[in-house]
Design a binder for this molecule. Structure first.
Ligand code: NI
Ligand code: MN
Length: 225
């Protein structure tokens, strides 16, 4: 499983020659100007919630690639009404896709579309495939629901928001790492705008001091599990 960071909360995951994009917000992110959305491959697009900084480029990429959009029922219906392909889910549900198993799990946040219309409830994803399991938390507060995850799954990596203000900050993300019993963390949802700027070295040191590893990738950088 390869995971590439496209800035903010946007990720590209490659499994079994399938390309999965997560929360593509690229053309609106000045820091991601090195990424051209017209070159991105996508068989699936996962959307955690309806906020602009997670859905901005979904329509353009799905139109070009024919990717199947996976999200909550309301978000998928919104895109199906525009003629795009989708697979609706809701919290607690899982499905075997061609890339592997995906579960839609709880997140504590909000989920309105940019025009204020209802975007369902926000979520996160647990993806299992190629003998690896990852958790993409989405925008969320620290929540006791995270303790349910290790009761069923052994995570190899967790992708957690760390920018504070709109989501968990560093201290809560460290607690989340305890709750999910995963010490290997990829941070996201930081630095994109003023409210969520963080000190990278300080953040990494705080994780390190608890025996955990916080990875912060450059935009366009990739890791392999
Ligand atoms: Ni949000
Ligand atoms: Mn967000």
């Amino acid at each position: 499983m390869k995971i590439k960071f496209y800035g903010h909360a946007a990720l590209g995951i490659q499994m079994k020659d399938l390309y999965i994009l997560v929360d593509p917000f690229i053309t609106g992110n000045d820091k991601a100007s090195n990424i051209d959305i017209n070159t991105l491959k996508a068989d699936y697009i996962l959307v955690t919630h309806a906020h602009q900084d997670h859905i901005l480029d979904v329509e353009a990429i799905a139109k070009r690639t024919g990717a199947v959009i996976i999200s909550n029922f309301e978000i998928v219906t919104h895109f199906q009404n525009k003629g795009l392909e989708g697979h609706p889910m809701n919290h607690g549900g899982s499905w075997d896709f061609e890339f592997g198993n995906l579960k839609y799990v709880n997140a504590i946040h909000t989920s309105s579309f940019p025009d204020g219309s209802y975007g369902g409830q926000p979520g996160g994803f647990i993806i299992e495939g190629e003998h690896k399991t990852i958790y993409i938390a989405g925008d969320t507060a620290l929540t006791m629901d995270m303790k349910l995850i290790p009761m069923q799954t052994k995570l190899d990596l967790a992708i957690l928001p760390i920018g504070d203000n709109f989501t968990m900050g560093i201290e809560d993300a460290i607690l989340a790492s305890d709750f999910i019993e995963c010490d290997k963390i990829l941070g996201y949802h930081y630095d994109t705008f003023g409210y969520i700027e963080i000190n990278h070295e300080d953040a990494k040191r705080k994780f390190f001091d608890k025996g955990k590893d916080l990875m912060l990738l450059e935009i366009g950088e990739q890791i392999e599990l």
